[in-house]
Design a protein around this ligand. Sequence first.
Ligand SMILES: Nc1nc2c(c(=O)[nH]1)N[C@H]1C(S)=C(S)[C@@H](COP(=O)(O)OP(=O)(O)OC[C@H]3O[C@@H](n4cnc5c(=O)[nH]c(N)nc54)[C@H](O)[C@@H]3O)O[C@H]1N2
Ligand SMILES: Nc1nc2c(c(=O)[nH]1)N[C@H]1C(S)=C(S)[C@@H](COP(=O)(O)OP(=O)(O)OC[C@H]3O[C@@H](n4cnc5c(=O)[nH]c(N)nc54)[C@H](O)[C@@H]3O)O[C@H]1N2
Ligand code: SF4
Ligand SMILES: [Mo]
Length: 678
Amino acid sequence: MTRTLTVCPYCGVGCTFYLVSDKGRLVGVEPSTTHPVSRGGLCVKGWNAYAFVHHPDRLTTPLIRRDGQLRPASWDEALNLVVERLQAVQAKHGKDAVMFASSAKATNEENYLLMKLARAVFGTNNIDHCARLCHSSTVTGLAETFGSGAMTNSISCFDQTDVILVIGSNTTEQHPLIGSRILNAVRGGTRLIVADNRRIRLARHAELHLRHKNGSDVALLNGIMHVIIAEGLADREFIAGRTENYDALAESVADWTPERTAAATGLTADEIVAAARLYAGAERAMVVFSMGITQHSHGVDNVRCIAALAMLTGNVGRPGTGVNPLRGQNNVQGGCDMGALPDLYSGYQKVADPRLRDKFAHAWGVSSLPAEPGLPLTRAMDAASEGRLHGMFIMGENPMLSDPDQGHARKVLENLELLIVQDIFLTETAAVADIVLPAACFAEKEGTFTNTERRIQRLYKAVEPPGKARADWEIICDIAERAGYNGMRYTSPAEIMAEAASLTPIYGGIAYQRLAAHGLQWPCPDKEHPGTPIMHLDRFTRGLGHFSPVVHRLPAELPDAEFPFVLTTGRTYFHWHTGSMTRRTHLLAREEPHSFIELHPDDAARLGIRHRDMVLVSSRRGEVRTEARVTDMVIAGVLFMPFHFVEGAANALTNNVLDPESSIPEFKVCAVRVEKMP
Ligand SMILES: Nc1nc2c(c(=O)[nH]1)N[C@H]1C(S)=C(S)[C@@H](COP(=O)(O)OP(=O)(O)OC[C@H]3O[C@@H](n4cnc5c(=O)[nH]c(N)nc54)[C@H](O)[C@@H]3O)O[C@H]1N2
Ligand SMILES: Nc1nc2c(c(=O)[nH]1)N[C@H]1C(S)=C(S)[C@@H](COP(=O)(O)OP(=O)(O)OC[C@H]3O[C@@H](n4cnc5c(=O)[nH]c(N)nc54)[C@H](O)[C@@H]3O)O[C@H]1N2
Ligand code: SF4
Ligand SMILES: [Mo]
C-alpha cells in the first residue's frame, strides 16, 4: 500500500489526507493527524473522496460531436478542432464573442493558465468562474471596506474567541470541520448567535437563534448597529484611529430603532437588543458568513453591513475576531487569487490599470492585452441570447444545473455556436457540448489549492488518470501551443507557480519547496515572509477601514397570491453541488438519494400535504416534481430545496436577477407555489 498526501477536493476548509493506493488503485483515505485544520479528522465527504476517482463513468477520451452524437476522437483531432473553432468564432463575431469559464475545482496553476490563455492567447477578458455565483459579493464588499476580500482571520481563531455570530452559513453541514470547531468552542464557553431562519444544527447550540425573514439582513444588521451606538457600546478608539466615514454610518442607522427593525425582520425588538449587547459586549467577537449573506440582489450591501459591524466594535485585526467569509469550493479562493475574474489579473490587480496591463503583457511576451473588463459568468447567458456571445470553453463547472433559471441556461447552452467542456465526467453541460475534453482529477495530478483561510497547500499525484485523460494544465498548454503561442511551455506545476508568484505580490514568496509541511497563508510577499494568519493587523489593506452606509432593499421577487411561498435554496451534508462526484459515491448517494423540499408542518397541514408526498413546485420560470419533507427546520411560509439533483432541479425555479455590483444571482429568495401531486 502507498500513502500519498493530498488536499480534500470538496470544500474550502482544506483538510489534508493521505490517499491510500494499492497497485495503482485507490482503496481509501487516512486523515493527517498533524495538520492544523483537519487535526486527524475529516467529514464524510473527505473519508469518501477516493470513491469517485475510479468510477466507470469517468471520461477517458476526447469526444467530438458528429451527426448529432458525441464520438471518441484523438487528442490531436480534438485540440486542433478546439483552436480552429474558437478562432473561427472570433473571426466571425470578434474576440469577445467567446468566454472561458475556469474552475474552483482545478488547481491554482490551472486557473492561472486558463486566465493567461483567455487574455494572452485569445485576447479577451471574458474569464470568470463559480465565485461569481458564490462570494463575488464578498470580494466586492470587502475590497471597498477593507481593501481585501478574503477571510481576515484563521481557522485557529475559532478556539480563541468569546462570541461567534454565524449569519447565513450552515457551517456544520457545509464546512463541517469548521462547524465542529465552533461546537467545541461553545462547549468551552464561547457564546454563539445564529442568524438564519432554518433550524440548522448550530442553532440548537446557540444562545440566540434569530429566525429573521429571508433577505432582511441589512435591516437586522442596521438595527444591531443602531443599538450598539445608542447604548454606547461602539469602540470609539478603533473608529477614530483606524476607520473613516463613521458619521455617515451613524446617520444611516439612526432610524433603525429596535421596533422598526423588528417590523422589517419579523423578529422581536428584544432579540435585536440582545444580539447587539452580546456581540458588542465581547472582548473578542467573530462574524462567520456564507451564502445566506452573499446570494441576494443586495448581497454586496449585506457584506458592507457586516464589515461595518466588525469595525464599529473594533473586531478586526486581532486573534479571535474578524470578518470570516467561508469560501465554498476547495479552490475558489485560489480561482479568485489567480485572476480567473473578468476585471482582475492574479492578486486582484486591475486589468483597467495600464501599468499592470503592461507588466503582464511584457511577462507573457505579447504586444498588448485587452483593457475592457470582460463578462461576468452570470451575464454570459443573457449576452448569448442577445447575440453578443457565441462560444464558451467551460473547464470544471456544470452551469446546466448550477446556474439560476435553468430553462434559460439550457436554451443558451444548447444554441451556442460552439461549446467546449473539459470535465472529469460527462455532466449535463458536457452532454450538450460540441467538444468534450477528459480531465485528470485531484488525485491524478500535482498542483496547489488555496483554502478559505488563504492557506496554499500542495497536492501530490497518487494514481494515473484513466484512459487518455490529462491534467487540465497540460491540456491548456497544448491548446496555447496549437494556437501558435509559445509562452506556455512548462515541465511541471511548480514552474507555473514560480511564474504566477513573480507576477502576483500576495503570492510573491510562494514556492513549492516552502509548502511541504502545512502550506503558507497569503499575503506572503517574499521568500523570507512566514505568511499571514491574521490580516489588517495595524492597518487595513486599503489604509483606513471604510464605513459604507447601506439602505435596506427588499428581494427582487416576493410572494404574492399566485406564488405565495419564499423558496430558498442551498445544500446538504452528503452532496456536492450538481452531484457529479457525490452522486457517484455509493455511501453518499445512499444517504440522500433524491430531490426533496422542506415544508413547515403548518403549511403542510393547510395544503393537505403529508411527509414524503410528491409535490409540484412552480415559479414564474419553471416547475419541478419533488418529495415533501415536512419539518420545522424551516419557518412557515418558507421552503428550502437543495440544488444537487437533476431530477427535481431547484434551478428550474430560481430567479436570475443579479446584484448590480457583484452580478451574483438571488439564489436565496424567489416566489413559488407548492401543491400536492394528484
Ligand atoms: N456538503 C456540502 N458542502 C459544501 C457545498 C456543497 O455543495 N455540499 N458547497 C460549498 C460551497 S461552493 C459553498 S459556497 C458553501 C455554502 O455554504 P452555506 O452558505 O453554509 O450553504 P447554503 O446551504 O447555501 O446556505 C446557508 C444558509 O443560508 C441560509 N439563508 C437563506 N437565506 C438567508 C437570508 O436571507 N439571510 C440569512 N442570514 N441566511 C439565509 C439558509 O437557511 C442556509 O442555512 O458550502 C460549501 N460546502
Ligand atoms: N439554487 C442554487 N444554485 C446555486 C447555489 C445555491 O446556493 N443555490 N450556489 C452556487 C454556488 S455558491 C456555486 S459555488 C455553484 C457551483 O456550481 P458548479 O461549479 O457548476 O458546480 P460543481 O458541481 O461543483 O461543478 C464542478 C465540476 O467540476 C468537475 N471537476 C471536478 N474536478 C475537476 C478537475 O480536476 N478538472 C476539471 N476540469 N473538472 C473537474 C466536476 O465533475 C463538476 O462537473 O453553484 C451555484 N448554484
Ligand atoms: S470539511 Fe471540507 S475539506 Fe474537510 S473533509 Fe469535509 S469536505 Fe473535505
Ligand atoms: Mo460556492
